[in-house]
Ligand binder design. Structure first.
Ligand code: FES
Length: 178
């Protein structure tokens, strides 16, 4: 069995997360968020969700609905760094397509996004590129999030510099766009 086919979070950790949030408002969302955070590749794998369902009696279909509805949940292994580009109308008008073109130097990225995928991870799991419909910050377009930090008025030069930095120094834990 491939490592990624195994449960990414051990059962004791899942049990502990469930019991810490039992009966609290927004319980399922919080539990799923913490399970994802506990996973090395920051995603909800099938076995962890099966186990969550069996322990909470929440139907698996409901867990999947939540995981697919909220964009911060991942159903695939994520890269060490994430770059999320907004594809909403305001950002598109201000050049987000060019930013995505800049990211297409990552092998396979363009093909994945052109085929309708909203997420692509490099083979070495260094970078995940994602798109979102809107960050809700349209006045600051184009908007890009890098490792959870939102950046406004992003330029092609900044994206190119970021990629160069990431590829030259793969060990860098803290990356910033500017
Ligand atoms: S369209 Fe990009 S933030 Fe709204």
């Amino acid at each position: 069995m491939n490592a990624l086919e195994e449960s990414q979070v051990d059962r004791t950790t899942i049990d502990e997360i469930i019991s810490r949030h039992r009966g609290k408002p927004g319980e399922l969302l919080t539990v799923m968020e913490e399970i994802q955070e506990a996973s090395e590749f920051k995603y909800l794998d099938k076995l962890s969700m099966d186990y969550l369902s069996s322990q909470t009696k929440v139907p698996l279909s409901q867990i999947y609905s939540v995981a697919t509805f909220y964009s911060f949940f991942n159903l695939k292994p994520q890269g060490k760094h994430s770059i999320i580009v907004c594809r909403g109308t305001a950002c598109h008008t201000k050049g987000s397509k060019t930013l995505l073109d800049d990211l297409s130097v990552l092998q396979g990225c363009k093909e994945a996004l052109d085929s309708g995928e909203t997420s692509f991870t490099t083979e070495d799991r260094l970078i995940t590129v994602k798109t979102v419909a809107c960050f809700g910050q349209c006045a600051l377009a184009p908007v890009v999030a890098v490792d959870g930090i939102i950046y406004s008025n992003v330029t092609s030069e900044q994206i190119k510099k970021l990629l160069q930095h990431l590829q030259e120094d793969k060990k860098d834990e803290n990356i910033r766009l500017y």
